[in-house]
Design a protein around this ligand. Structure first.
Ligand code: 0WD
Ligand code: CA
Length: 444
């Protein structure tokens, strides 16, 4: 159990039957004055700025139409830290050197602490001759997670859900990548990059999958040779510090292949939202007596060495926000950071404990707050839930956000944005497959 029971402190809480997470909860949706905005099945973008700002609280009549946009202003999210249940690992999977899916932990690696505090790892080594880069033109969307769900349905479904009449109810409200949730958590503080998130409801579950923005596509095309190389450095650092099994050593002479991945699948709850998401895990503690996953996992990072107060402040205000959000979500307790110079040589290695990050940034002026991140994410999910009401695997609500704007959405059917593959829809909606997966006689 990770607890730090101070007000407004980030914490994972075990489920408590009387937990009243609605205390002090005010929704921050904006309500459209004009209610005609619900037009379905047509490309329609709701403009922000022409709406009356009204707080929707428990007093809102149930018949009210949903709000058409969501504000991202930080002060709207400065309330008590919402309930965030201790994430539980419900499974994991591996992607091999050819990006093939395996329902096991064959790609899990073990952390080996560097022998010296100044290890002199050269992160540029092997970039030209020992690097196989994943084809990032292939958009995998949620496919690996969906594959994992199909292979593990019986584990996932609660007895209650299994007994219900819906053939595809999973017992969770949201399925997504951890990385997408990280983007939501950091949105109130983001000033550079917007996002597009496609949402489809099927069997009562909301599936959330990212769509590449125009700006991101351009940035990718315009990457400099130096930037390309620097993206390799993070993976190279992992190779210097991670071994294939608990009793072996890292092999810095090997090939870095970014197709390979080990992903954890965790289940948790953010206020009323039951979440199932997957995230890539770099390695685990090699001590067999280490706590069970996800508490034994370690996130590896590299960053430019800090030499001035200004650099330290920027590190706290911008980088630690992203690092905190990414690891807090799946309950990964530690980050091992390699600080490097401009030539890609690691000059120091430092461990950051996620539970101590909010203390570390306390003295920073104008700094981010974990509670704002979590409350925004929670309200975004409530907003999505209120908008995406039709259960239809071919319909996509595209939620879009640009810095200094509200979150808005548009509706698309059978479009380029549809992302649930036929093999998944078929399997989840066919009653026959349900019986096979449940290992119990069909209901009569
Ligand atoms: O196609 C896409 N648009 C995306 C695919 C966006 C986000 C994720 N993915 C997929 C990939 O299949 C990847 O295996 O998600 C997996 C990782 O998911 P995640 O853990 O939810 O993503 P995130 O938390 O953003 O990244 C974790 C790590 C990164 O480590 P650092 O220390 O740099 O944060 O996953 C790697 C990277 O090592 N990573 C990716 N690997 C493959 N494709 C991608 C990506 N697009 N983004 C990050
Ligand atoms: Ca990493």
């Amino acid at each position: 159990m990770i607890t730090m029971d101070r007000r407004n402190q980030p914490q994972h809480r075990p489920q408590h039957p009387n937990a009243n997470h609605h205390d002090n909860h005010q929704s921050t949706f904006k309500r459209d004055v004009d209610d005609s905005g619900g037009g379905h099945f047509q490309h329609k973008r709701f403009r922000a700025g022409h709406q009356r700002h009204r707080q929707a609280g428990p007093s809102t009549p149930p018949s009210s139409p949903p709000n058409q946009s969501l504000s991202v202003q930080r002060q709207l999210y400065e309330r008590d830290f919402p309930l965030y249940k201790q994430p539980v690992e419900v499974g994991h999977f591996s992607l091999d050197s050819e990006r093939r899916f395996f329902n096991d932990d064959r790609q899990l690696r073990y952390y080996v602490e560097p022998e010296k505090s100044c290890p002199n790892f050269n992160l540029r080594d092997g970039y030209r001759d020992r690097f196989i880069k994943r084809d990032d033109g292939v958009k995998e969307k949620l496919d690996h997670i969906l594959r994992w769900i199909l292979a593990n349905r019986s584990k996932l479904q609660s007895k209650e859900v299994a007994a219900s009449s819906s053939p595809c109810a999973l017992g969770v409200n949201v399925v997504t990548w951890r990385g997408h949730l990280t983007k939501l958590l950091t949105t109130p503080y983001e000033t550079q990059e917007g996002w597009l998130l496609a949402v489809t409801r099927m069997g009562g579950t909301l599936y959330i999958s990212e769509v590449e923005t125009e700006a991101a596509r351009r940035d990718q095309e315009d990457r400099t040779e130096r930037h390309e190389e620097m993206m390799y450095w993070g993976y190279k650092f992992e190779q210097y510090t991670c071994a294939d099994d608990a009793h072996s050593l890292p092999d810095p002479g090997g090939v870095v292949n970014t197709n390979e991945a080990f992903c954890t699948v965790v289940q948790t709850r953010l206020a009323e939202h039951r979440l199932l998401f997957s995230g890539e895990v770099d390695c685990r503690d090699k001590d067999p007596k280490a706590p069970p996953p996800p508490a034994c996992y370690i996130e590896m990072k590299t960053s430019l060495e800090i030499s001035t107060p200004k650099q330290r402040s920027n590190f706290h205000r911008f980088k630690l926000l992203k690092w905190w959000a990414q690891s807090f979500l799946p309950g990964v307790p530690r980050i091992v950071a390699g600080f490097r110079d401009h030539d890609g040589v690691v000059v120091s290695v430092e461990t950051f404990h996620i539970s101590k990050i909010s203390q570390l940034i306390k003295n920073e002026t104008n700094c981010w707050k974990p509670t704002v991140c979590m409350n925004f994410c929670c309200d975004f999910l409530s907003f999505v839930k209120s908008i995406v009401t039709e259960d239809n695997p071919r319909e996509v609500h595209l939620f879009s956000w640009e810095p200094h704007r509200d979150v808005t959405y548009s509706i698309h059917r059978d479009s380029q944005y549809s992302f649930l593959p036929d093999w998944y829809i078929r399997e989840m909606t066919s009653p026959a497959s349900r019986e096979i997966h449940h290992h119990h006689p069909p209901q009569t």
